[in-house]
Ligand binder design. Structure first.
Ligand code: NDP
Ligand SMILES: O=C1O[C@H](COP(=O)(O)O)[C@@H](O)[C@H](O)[C@H]1O
Length: 489
């Protein structure tokens, strides 16, 4: 990241002692401070409903920073400077009259970034509180996903926010858009004619998008059991990745040009009808298992669990995009908790050459694959066919990777966390990496019909062992098309 002259801001963190704030937001703000990207006068107001003593809060945040920030980046002087920026205020977010104390604390003029690290059900009342305290005009609002539980509840929350905040001051986060490799997708696709010219159904046979996590639900059962993996991951992160891979080149890099193209993809996404569910969708729920040498409990044994739950913790989908570019190209999406390893990647499979001049004894041609690794080991790899070197063996075809590892090639070799980039973009007033209202509407609409069809058909999740790659049926979903999920090495 280059150093930028950033005006002073007040970060008002609603839900400052929740999981997201302590694990992601404070560490991201600390890293921005360390990179000298926060002006000296920037303040952070930690808002919660518990009465919190400032010194205790600073000590808690310091402890969390030491836990969540990579050790070499902890610098005592910067840490002290950072926690000195933090003030606390206790208010009930659903009581607009409580917000007068916030107005008093922030004082006049300084622009405010209000980050809602709370359930979406309170976003509307926070907006009403900010407006009633006279703060709305100088405030940008940052909303976490998932916004709502379906299209109808999204509209409710969205209307409550837009009553006070116009679209150009509303930043809807999908933190996958802040990931380094996701950023690189635009460069890869639109700055390399090699790929740009091949990016369609004439040359690509299919695309895989995998977001596998090793974490389980742990302390988030209450939230997760209501959501499930379809709402928690597919509706937002995987849909966004799909859009960035499938969209047409935008006319320019402006936020609205990119968002217009993403919306077109979402509108072209073919709904999965009830009859097609069986062959195009797999749901799973993890059971106890062995994850990298440790025994972990099943979903129904997690803290706070209801042993009857049929909520899915794994989803595999085969989706189609009905437009000129992608007709006939399946996109296979897969995401789950407690899987064999943490791995997020997109694999673009190119078609085989139209005619082979090689003989069986030369070996088999393996179609080119472009592997875009989002995490870990961020980078890009392209498998190309080569032949064995040396005089002895003659022509022997083999597939070898051309690799670009972002950690090796980036200037300071630290890949910033998504939230660092996103918070910086909010400070700059840039909306490219945030999601527009109509994108979320289209994504909810598509997911709502899928969820309704599953319900109508009584589809319940298959079991899979924690530490595996999901239910057997997920392998069969690919197998039916004569394919298999990319085998990670
Ligand atoms: N955690 C994560 O990894 C991710 C979270 N998100 C999203 O971020 C948001 C926050 O998630 P997370 O941090 O996990 O949730 P938590 O439940 O851990 O934190 C939410 C915080 O909001 C506070 N809060 C809720 N309602 C009120 C209210 N009416 N008045 C005052 N305070 C209130 C809670 O206070 P109290 O403790 O007093 O209830 C709590 O501290 C959610 O929208 C979630 O979907 C998105 C991506 C990842
Ligand atoms: O939004 C969410 O994302 C995390 C996964 O994020 P990652 O950056 O670690 O890949 C997921 O665990 C969580 O359930 C979901 O709400």
């Amino acid at each position: 990241m280059s150093k930028t002259s950033i005006e002073p801001r007040i970060f008002a963190l609603f839900g400052a002692f929740g999981d997201l704030a302590l694990r992601k937001l404070f560490p991201a703000l600390y890293q921005l401070d360390r990179a000298e990207l926060l002006s000296a006068d920037t303040r952070i107001i930690a808002l919660s409903r518990q009465t919190t003593d400032r010194t205790e809060a600073q000590a808690l945040i310091k402890e969390k920073l030491v836990r969540h920030v990579a050790h070499p980046h902890i610098n005592d002087l910067i840490l002290e400077r950072f926690v000195e920026r933090i003030e606390c205020l206790s208010i009930e977010f659903s009581k607009p009259s409580d917000f007068d104390s916030l107005a008093e604390k922030v004082g006049a003029n300084t622009p405010i970034i209000a980050f809602f690290a709370t359930p979406a059900s309170v976003y509307g009342s926070i907006c009403a509180g900010l407006a009633s305290a006279g703060l709305a005009e100088r405030c940008d609002v940052v909303l976490e996903k998932p916004i709502g539980h379906d299209l109808a509840s999204f509209h409710e929350v969205s209307d409550a926010v837009s009553r006070y905040f116009p679209e150009n001051r509303t930043y809807r986060i999908d933190h996958y858009l802040g990931k380094d490799t996701v950023q690189n997708l635009s460069a890869l696709r639109f700055a390399n004619n090699l790929f740009g010219s091949q990016w369609n159904q004439n040359h690509i046979s299919h695309v895989e998008i995998t977001v596998a996590e090793t974490v389980g639900i742990e302390g988030r059962w209450g939230y997760f059991d209501q959501a499930g993996q379809l709402r928690d991951m597919i509706q937002n992160h995987l849909m966004q990745l799909l859009c960035l891979i499938a969209m047409d080149p935008p006319p320019d890099l402006s936020a609205n040009s990119i968002r217009d193209e993403k919306v077109k993809v979402l509108k072209s996404l073919v709904p999965i009808s009830s009859e097609k569910l069986k062959d195009n969708l797999v749901l799973g729920q993890y059971r106890a298992g062995n994850l990298q040498g440790t025994t972990v409990p099943g979903y129904l044994e997690e803290e706070g669990a209801n042993s009857e739950s049929t909520t899915e913790t794994f989803v595999a989908l085969r989706v189609e995009i009905s437009n000129w570019r992608w007709i006939g190209v399946p996109f296979y999406l897969r995401t789950g908790k407690r899987m064999a390893k943490k791995l997020s990647e997109i694999v673009v499979h190119f078609k085989a050459p139209p005619h082979s001049i090689f003989l069986p004894e030369h070996g088999q041609i393996i179609s080119n694959r472009l592997i875009i690794r989002l995490q870990p080991n961020e980078g890009i790899s392209l498998s190309v066919m080569t032949t064995d070197r040396g005089l002895e063996r003659g022509m022997q075809l083999r597939s070898e990777p051309l690799r670009l590892n972002f950690a090796d090639s980036s200037a300071n070799s630290r890949i910033p966390d998504a939230y660092e980039r996103l918070l910086l973009e909010v400070m700059k007033g840039q909306q490219n990496l945030f999601v527009r209202k109509d994108e979320i509407e289209c994504a909810w609409k598509w997911c709502d019909q899928l969820i309704a069809n599953c319900k109508a058909q009584g589809i319940s999740p298959d079991n899979y062992a924690a530490g595996s790659w999901g239910p057997e049926a997920a392998m069969k979903l690919m197998d039916r098309d004569g394919r298999s999920w990319h085998d990670d090495d």
